[in-house]
Design a protein around this ligand. Structure first.
Ligand code: F6P
Length: 576
């Protein structure tokens, strides 16, 4: 079915009502909570295991109601159904968008009548088969029955990939640290900066190292270059150890034992020398940044095991179900996405902070940056017309409390509005107690996680309610310092609390952000599933590469600015 024209959000009645609200309103969280004791409870929601408190956002019930109306008026319900059912909503690439199909299983739980078929493909069966293939491989590596060419068991798995073939796996690998198998190290190489591959392989033994080359397209410059570097490193090392002869057959056998791949381009995998039996596939209807729950997660399946990987998928599925079936006024991805619309399009916010109070989520913001910004950093709508509003905001963040000692100053007292999501779990993986205390507020035997979360609650409180000049004066502050010590408050936050950072909770969290990204894209009328904006730089890099390497004709073909910079580089390298 052809994609309908985007509905211009600005032409809706809800949009004009929201504009009126914005003109006439003054956010006052202190007053709102004082005069409405039920606000916290009313604006808190449950989505799967996630408790999501939206009450410290700068909206009244009327505004939130109109944001929900806007979601209906731009046709979000139809778009959600179009996505889940496999319509080709990625119109610029002519593809379905079916990352949600990666987690519909296990196959045995899907009734025959509910099986998803798209373009003649039995999607559920294919997904299950690939998952099983990945699980069998992961189990072999974990049990040590997968042997290297010298019959030694694998001790280190190195995932080579970039963007969606790296950020999701890294983020989840870090987040699920307590679930990893001891004695089996997993590393990630992404950058074409040779430092990355050099550092990550420096202390490794080729005989016990296995590489996973993860690339949807199997054409990505960084990944293919790193894969070749790794292959050379492997073969050199094995040759030195006398484990490989210089014959093509011997080298080929070694590569087959030490390289596997994940890709949609299985022919290219074979060309690289990887045994097609050890290539795990996925499909063009999975965007790179939405692919961590496909075979792209093979390194994860190795690290945490196929059972935990299935639990991760179950978490994604729970949030998919919530998103697809919950009325919008209770639907957390819809509400969070629409709040972001409020901040970007009405309150002129340019960025959004994501602040996990969970060290295990220290790569979560980096992961979200690709998810949100590669999806929604667009200036044209899905029919090619120009957008009529601002689109994707800048997502960024670091875990608390580290961020508190770095950039929170700006969030508290700067001139810009930075909506922030605070994320925490109640039960930590590592519960430590401070036996000694500090002789003051920190009592001996203090549970350090409680101290940690006190910071979470304190920050959201400080951001919401601030500190008035009168309160600052009441502390005995000299008058000259009063203005500098005032906190305006009314700085919006969303608080997300989960029982513990289990694979399922993590899946729910990731799917929550996937879906709110989709919601925002629909309001803006953009295709959140292409990424043409990354192409130009890639192409130019290939044109500039000869100039960098000493080709004067190529250098002279550059614009004056690039010519000057490259010349300076060549001079610094010793006049190539
Ligand atoms: O350059 C951007 C991008 O295409 C991302 O969308 C993708 O996740 C990444 O490159 C890696 O692509 P591939 O998995 O095909 O190597």
């Amino acid at each position: 079915m052809a994609m309908t024209k985007p509905i211009d959000a600005k032409s809706t009645l809800a949009w004009s009502d929201l504009k009126d609200h914005y003109k006439n309103y003054q956010a006052d969280l202190r007053d709102w909570f004082d005069t409405d004791p039920a606000r916290a409870e009313r604006l808190s929601y449950q989505a799967g295991d996630l408790f999501v408190d939206l009450s410290k956002n700068l909206v009244t019930d009327e505004i939130l109601g109109d944001l929900v109306r806007l979601a209906y008026e731009v046709g979000l319900p139809e778009r959600i159904e179009a996505m889940f059912s496999g319509e080709k909503i990625n119109v610029t690439e002519g593809r379905s968008v079916l990352h949600t199909a990666l987690r519909r299983g296990p196959l045995a739980d899907i009734a025959d009548a509910d099986r998803l078929h798209v373009d003649g493909q039995d999607v559920d069966a294919d997904v299950e088969a690939e998952l099983e293939k990945v699980a069998a491989f992961a189990t072999k590596v974990r049990k040590g029955t997968w042997k290297g060419v010298t019959r030694k068991r694998i001790k280190t798995v190195v995932n080579i990939g970039i963007g969606g073939s790296d950020l999701g796996p890294v983020m989840i690998y870090e987040a699920l640290a307590p679930y990893r198998q001891a004695g089996l190290d997993v590393r990630f190489v992404s950058n074409i900066d040779p430092t990355d591959v050099a550092q990550k392989t420096a202390d490794l033994d080729p005989e016990t190292t296995l590489f996973i080359v993860a690339s949807k397209t199997f054409t990505t410059l960084e990944t293919l270059t790193n894969a070749r570097l790794a292959r050379t490193w492997l073969l050199d090392g094995l040759t030195k150890a006398g484990a490989v002869k210089k014959t093509a057959a011997s080298r080929k056998a070694a590569v087959r034992k030490h390289f596997v791949a994940v890709s949609t381009a299985l022919d290219k995998v074979a060309d690289f020398g990887i045994d097609p039996k050890n290539a795990f596939g996925f499909w063009d209807w999975v965007g790179g940044r939405y692919s961590v729950d496909s075979a792209i997660g093979t390194a994860l399946s190795v690290a945490v095991g196929p059972v935990a990987f299935r639990e991760l998928l179950a978490g994604f599925k729970a949030m998919d179900h919530h998103f697809r079936t919950t009325p919008f006024h209770q639907n957390v991805p819809v509400l969070m996405g629409m709040l972001n619309i409020w901040y970007v399009n009405f309150m002129h916010a340019e960025s959004h902070a994501v602040l996990p109070y969970a060290q295990q989520l220290h790569r979560f913001a980096a992961y979200l940056q690709q998810l949100t910004m590669e999806s929604n950093g667009k200036s044209v709508r899905w029919d090619g017309s120009a957008v009529t509003t601002h689109t994707g905001e800048v997502f960024w963040g670091e875990p608390g409390t580290n961020g508190q000692h770095a950039f929170y100053q700006l969030i508290h007292q700067g001139t810009r509005l930075v909506p922030a999501d605070f994320i925490a779990v109640a039960n930590p993986a590592y519960g430590l107690v401070d036996e000694d205390g500090d002789g003051g507020a920190v009592k001996p035997g203090a549970d350090v996680h409680e101290l940690f979360l006190a910071n979470f609650f304190a920050q959201t409180k400080a951001l919401a309610f601030g500190k008035t000049a009168a309160e600052v004066r009441a502390d005995g502050t000299p008058e000259s310092l009063v203005p500098a010590k005032v906190f305006s408050g009314n700085r919006p936050t969303t608080s997300i609390l989960a029982p513990a950072l289990t694979p399922s909770v993590l899946g729910q969290l990731v799917a929550l952000y996937e879906h709110l990204t989709f919601v925002q894209g629909i309001v803006w009328g953009i295709n959140s599933f292409d990424q043409f904006g990354v192409e130009l730089g890639k192409k130019l890099a290939m044109e500039i590469a000869p100039a960098v390497s000493g080709d004067d004709a190529a250098l002279n073909a550059q614009d004056a600015s690039t010519r000057s910079l490259v010349s300076k580089y060549r001079e610094l390298r010793g006049a190539k």
